[in-house]
Write a protein that binds this ligand. Structure first.
Ligand code: FAD
Ligand code: DLZ
Length: 512
């Protein structure tokens, strides 16, 4: 009855279902840093370093608790998780293998193939670290015409008893305070600095190894500042709750030249690799509200992201995979400009968002959606290339969460499954949310000409390009009507300029 439990790099939770019923006297755990996982996209060095360092710390915690861990370090040169399993299994000819369900369909296929080819008894165990199981999401989705996040979220609030009043209704009588969370950044409130994370010998060794083994990947490791243990991640969360949460909701949609993170929590990477637990986080935030440390709109805004959006996108991913990753409703096929890998563009908002994504592996939601994603949408950049870029550059990127957000939310490539209209915005809208335009050489007020913000002409070109499709969408009719009301010569001038912008930005790969 010997069992081998494979723990993946994003499964670093001590209450993982496979670890809960582990018998340390007979069973072993396998963890492996392998080339196939480190190279399926050119991951940011921050992401690889975070995962390897957190894996090694988790290994040591398991060992300290008396668990036998077979651990493969990257330098040992194993190619795949299957190969690591072969190594562990060779010492236990009759052992069965178990693994918690992975976060990527690709990994599931790889391990299914390994199980079949090895002939081992292999069991997938449900990953119950999520608050909505894959089956429960399928039940919720069944028979619904539209899968709106807001409906799902209300159900989740009820199911998990979060922010409810005594009668079981929403605290404060409203489910959603999104309307209060749209302030632009005007420099009024001081943005808190983030605590420096101490690096121990394990983390320092990983940083050196990653620097040497991935010389061409993005990421400036001299700025590595991630916690690599559950207790370290909790300290980051506590800091966020004390210092940033009160203004989190207010500035949730803001952009700031001065800060890569404003009042955001910087915890997605810890949640996604298992160092933090989603329900625990939501309860801590609810407690902060009940103790008067933050307002209701801040607490609700945050809980909506974790309990609502995070669980919802995971449900969408597994409901639609395989196949979701090949959708391309708007037939977007323009190659990704090479400056996505250098941040070398004069568009200041885009430059800043790309630069911090590449250097730090982090950008906040509105940068990912309104700046980078919106540009990709308007310019018709190739959906798969864009998705691969997102999967590579962000430390928190795993396909279950990256794909619906990028392909569905940002690029509208699923034809409206996730969002009822494309998230398209012009330069004027970007200006409202922050101060990048002040130091940009383009002006958001102009549509054409050398100093016109490229988002503007690309926006109208996008609307024109898809006018037949948008005529069918009631939420796009007003925008379309605004375009159609413009005099023919103005339309012509805008489209003509958009063509020049495109040629310059996309065809020649040169910053405009
Ligand atoms: P905060 O703004 O402080 O939000 C709190 C938490 O809510 C986050 O840590 C995250 O766990 C959760 N959350 C918020 N929005 C979402 C969302 N839309 N989907 C899932 N969880 C959400 N998030 C990832 O974790 N991995 C990704 O690969 C990823 N790719 C994205 C790609 C695009 C195009 C877009 C628009 C969004 C993407 N997101 C992704 C969602 C979101 O942008 C990040 O979760 C967030 O920016 C992480 O920073 P934070 O921890 O400071 O978040
Ligand atoms: C992202 C990643 C990286 C860079 N390296 C590893 C690794 O060496 N070993 C591992 O087990 N997992 C790694 N991961 C995470 C996986 O690629 C994948 O995203 C998850 O297993 C999905 O659940």
């Amino acid at each position: 009855d010997t069992k081998i439990v494979l723990v993946l790099g994003d499964q670093l939770s001590h209450n993982l279902a496979t670890l809960r019923d582990l018998n340390p006297a007979t069973d072993s755990v396998v963890m492996a840093e392998v080339a196939a996982e480190a190279n399926y996209v050119p991951h940011n060095r921050h992401k690889i370093a975070l995962i390897f360092a957190a894996m090694r710390h988790f290994r040591d915690e398991l060992r300290a608790a008396g668990v036998n861990v077979v651990y493969v370090e990257y330098g040992e040169g194993l190619t795949s998780l299957g190969e690591a399993l072969n190594r562990a299994c060779s010492e236990h000819p009759s052992a069965s293998v178990a693994c918690c369900e992975p976060g990527e369909y690709r990994v599931r296929e790889h391990l299914d193939a390994w199980a079949e080819q090895s002939g081992r008894s292999f069991h997938w165990i449900e990953d119950d670290r999520f608050l909505c199981s894959i089956d429960a999401f399928k039940d919720w989705a069944h028979g619904r015409k539209q899968l709106r996040m807001e409906h799902f979220y209300r159900q989740m609030r009820r199911d998990h008893g979060l922010l409810l009043d005594a009668s079981g209704g929403p605290e404060g009588d409203k489910w959603n305070y999104d309307q209060e969370n749209r302030a632009g950044w005007r420099g009024k409130d001081t943005i808190p600095q983030r605590p420096v994370v101490e690096q121990d010998a394990i983390t320092k060794a990983v940083l050196e190894e990653v620097e040497a083994a991935f010389p061409d990947n993005p990421g400036d490791l001299s700025q590595f500042n991630f916690a690599v243990t559950a207790s370290g991640a909790l300290m980051q969360l506590d800091y966020f709750i004390a210092q940033c949460l009160p203004l989190f909701g207010h500035y949730q949609d803001a952009l700031a030249e001065e800060s890569p993170w404003l009042f955001h929590s910087l915890i997605s990477m810890y949640l996604n690799i298992g160092l933090l637990d989603p329900l625990d986080i939501c309860q801590r935030v609810e407690n902060a509200f009940r103790e008067g440390c933050c307002g209701l709109s801040a607490a609700e805004g945050f809980i909506r992201q974790v309990l609502g959006w995070r669980e919802y996108v995971r449900g969408i991913y597994w409901l639609n995979m395989p196949g979701y990753d090949t959708l391309n409703e708007l037939a977007a096929t323009t190659p990704l400009p090479t400056w996505f890998w250098t941040a070398d563009t004069d568009m200041q908002c885009l430059h800043k968002a790309l630069q911090q994504s590449l250097e730090l592996g982090y950008a906040h939601h509105i940068q990912r959606l309104m700046i980078i994603g919106n540009f990709a949408l308007l310019a018709g950049l190739d959906v798969q290339e864009v998705c691969d870029w997102y999967l590579a550059v962000y430390v928190d990127a795993f396909e279950w969460v990256e794909l619906p957000n990028t392909l569905g939310m940002a690029l509208h490539a699923d034809g409206g499954l996730m969002a009822s209209k494309p998230y398209a915005a012009s330069g004027k809208y970007i200006k409202r949310q922050g101060n990048h335009c002040n130091s940009c050489r383009y002006t958001p007020e102009k549509l054409t000409g050398n100093d016109a913000c490229p988002y503007n002409s690309l926006y109208w070109q996008f609307i024109d390009r898809h006018r037949e499709k948008f005529e069918q969408n009631p939420r796009m009719r007003l925008t379309l009507a605004n375009w159609q009301r413009k005099p023919a010569d103005e339309q012509h001038a805008i489209l003509n300029w958009a063509g020049q912008v495109e040629n310059h930005l996309l065809a020649t790969d040169a910053p405009l």
